[in-house]
Design a protein around this ligand. Structure first.
Ligand code: HSE
Length: 314
């Protein structure tokens, strides 16, 4: 819960905690548009300080030690700029259960938490759609930040006023089978591998498949999802960067998943399966990844309904 109190001229809160979920973008045909929120959380503790500073639990895994480069801080300050408010410096302690550099939205979680925290610290001057616009500008694309802010399954639609969001619940009987490879892949590298333009036939293929994928989720129609969860806009170009991708996808499908796809820019792979087959699917994904020489750990998750959340410390 947010409990702002009035200062002399601005709202302020003394300390708050924010958390935001991992996200898996694209879901096959929904490149830069679709995403799911997952129950792996990044948590941030924020308290007033003399200057902006960041601290990471553990070694930070390569995250920037300079607060000016930290995505949470960059996002929180961008909120203040848009709201034309002054945001007092904060110390930000961060811990995360989101594997970094695997295509699971660790940057988006930091950005979604940062805009949410910045807005809370200022007494909530901005609505969620404006926070999404700011978050998408910081991230460079809107899909992960949309699911990180709204939870559930999201479609981010570009408009002249910034992204609009369609949000849906995810079928309760379906599970996400997530394979996280040991090796990282930089999103920058995975985006650089994409062609600048695509043949019209591929654009039409994705248009049809993406539309059907949304219908499959709304109707909880696994047979339709099996047909819909295919892509021609990004996965073919990225397959050479993700050893074993095709094998893991095929293994998941053969073990009973409705479909499987690269998670975001990869190298993680997600499959969607009926709950009763999910254990079999993750075992098959792990085995295929091992056989392909790109081992990883697979687990069964549900889609998380909640997006970024804030609470004031007692
Ligand atoms: N939609 C983005 C991509 C997600 O595929 O590059 C990256 O996080």
């Amino acid at each position: 819960m947010i409990a702002p109190s009035h200062g002399a001229s601005t709202f302020f809160v003394t300390e708050l905690r924010v958390r935001a979920p991992a996200t898996s973008a694209n879901l096959g045909p929904g490149f830069d548009s679709f995403a799911l929120a997952l129950p792996l959380l990044a948590e941030f503790e924020v308290r007033p300080a003399r200057t902006w500073s960041v601290e990471y639990e553990g070694d930070g895994d390569g995250l920037p030690p300079d607060a000016n480069d930290d995505l949470f801080v960059v996002a929180a300050r961008a909120v203040a700029r848009t709201a034309k408010e002054h945001l007092a410096p904060q110390h930000v302690f961060q811990r995360t259960a989101i594997p970094l550099g695997r295509g699971l939205g660790s940057s988006a979680a930091a950005i979604a938490a940062g805009v949410t925290a910045g807005n809370a610290l200022l007494g909530e001057p901005l609505d969620r759609r404006t926070l999404l616009r700011i978050a998408a500008e910081v991230e460079g694309h809107p899909d992960n930040v949309a699911a990180a802010l709204y939870g559930g399954m999201t479609v981010a639609l570009p408009t002249a006023e910034g992204p609009a969001v369609f949000r849906s619940a995810f079928p309760r009987a379906w599970r996400i089978c997530l394979l996280v490879p040991k090796k990282k892949l930089a999103t920058r590298e995975a985006r650089a591998a994409l062609p600048a333009s695509v043949p019209r036939a591929d654009a039409v293929f994705n248009l049809a498949h993406a539309s059907a994928l949304v219908a499959a989720i709304l109707r909880a129609d696994g047979a339709l999802l099996s047909i819909a969860m295919h892509d021609r806009l990004h996965e073919p170009a990225r397959a050479r960067l993700v050893p074993g991708l095709d094998d893991v996808v095929s293994a998941a499908r053969s073990a009973g998943a409705f479909g499987a796809a690269l998670s975001g820019a990869g190298p993680a792979v997600i499959a969607v399966a009926p709950a009763r087959l999910a254990a079999r699917v993750v075992a098959a994904m792990e085995e295929a990844a091992d056989d392909a020489g790109a081992p990883g750990r697979a687990r069964v998750l549900r889609v998380r309904a909640a997006g970024a959340q804030v609470r004031v410390s007692p």
